[in-house]
Design a protein around this ligand. Structure first.
Ligand code: 6PG
Length: 248
């Protein structure tokens, strides 16, 4: 298994644990560079983390005006739609903290997918001041995994999985008959800290395969930071089929 695995008794504990770790990592980056970058994930488990980060217990522990927020993926819908990852983060976190608009880098899901992907890639290149061929180093890359082993919007069988040059791609997701925008593994695996959240019994089977099998059948098995740190956050239900469950 790559990286560190923390197993929590229940999902709220997992979400609080991840919020605590994210708070520490963002503050470490702010202390050393005066600024930090945080790539957000969609999904219900990540939402629980954003709700903790936006809660009275956490929200004043980070100077959010020193954090640049990006999305690891987005659905190709207007931000007003329930499916929008931006809308979800706005409700759970952005409305609770003081962060200037220019620090919130929303993927324009309402644009044509190809245009939205290109525009977002340019925005990342501009903020990170990337030279040709350089990759951004996100201080925190937060991910979830689906029951089919997808992560971000990198789904099994997608050509986007192999992409190593583009930072952001538009993908068509057959099973949802929907378009999405996603960061590529080139960006994901160049992050300084990759945190992956896995909760609930429905994820137990895929989590065991992702963590303990090397057959590379599932995109989430390709989460492997080049030089950054890997940190899995699971609850006991999601970890229930692991053969090497760490002591609690
Ligand atoms: C999305 C996410 C996706 C999500 C996983 C886990 O936009 O849906 O980026 O990769 O993180 O599907 O979602 P749950 O935590 O809701 O199972």
């Amino acid at each position: 298994m790559k990286g560190r695995l923390d197993v929590y008794g229940a999902t709220p504990d997992l979400a609080r644990g991840a919020a605590e770790r994210i708070t520490v990592l963002l503050n470490d980056a702010i202390t050393s560079r005066g600024v930090s970058s945080f790539a957000l994930s969609g999904g219900s488990t990540p939402r629980a983390v954003y709700e903790f980060l936006g809660s009275d217990e956490f929200r004043l522990r980070v100077d959010w005006n020193r954090v640049h927020l990006f999305w690891g993926d987005e659905r190709c819908v207007p931000q007003s739609m329930l499916e929008s990852n931006y809308r979800m983060v706005n409700e759970a976190l952005l409305t609770k903290v003081s962060i200037r608009e220019s620090n919130v880098h929303r993927i324009e899901g309402e644009q044509k997918p190809k245009d939205a992907a290109m525009a977002y890639e340019q925005e990342i290149k501009q903020l990170f001041e990337l030279k040709k061929g350089q990759l951004p180093e996100f201080d925190v890359m937060l991910l979830g995994i689906g029951e089919d082993g997808h992560t971000a919007s990198l789904f099994p069988g997608s050509a986007a999985i192999q992409e190593q040059t583009r930072l952001v791609l538009e993908v068509h997701v057959e099973q949802f008959s929907a378009d999405r925008i996603t960061m590529t593994f080139a960006v994901i695996n160049n992050a300084v800290n990759v945190l992956v959240l896995v909760s609930g019994r429905s994820k137990a089977s895929i989590f065991q395969k992702v963590l303990e099998e090397e057959n590379h059948l599932y995109p989430a098995q390709l989460i492997n930071p080049t030089s950054g740190h890997m940190h899995w956050f699971a609850d006991i239900e999601a970890a229930s089929q692991l053969r090497t469950l760490p002591h609690l």
